[in-house]
Design a binder for this molecule. Sequence first.
Ligand code: FES
Length: 107
Amino acid sequence: MRFFRQTGSKIKRSQLVEFSFNGTTYSGHLGESVTVALAANGIITTRITHDGSPRGAFCFMGSCQECVLLIDGLRIEACQVALSEGLIVQSIGCLIAEQKAKGDENV
Ligand code: FES
């Protein structure tokens, strides 16, 4: 396991790291939460519900579960994971791929 829980006090704004989300490489500041790094890269929809509704982070404090993603293969709240070099982040389920196939650039 390469990631650690977000503590809120270890963000290094001077150090950019790369991570991937659904196969695309992005960058963010070392130690910020994965959800914040995704939002800073313009990604606020991290999954699509069965009825087609876009979902993304809501509480940013580990309570709502709306930000749950696969991070290095573990299902976990992305707002509680500190960004580090090389994290592999994936949406849960196959609906994101379906939305991309439809041309939705926000997934
Ligand atoms: S945004 Fe609510 S648990 Fe992460």
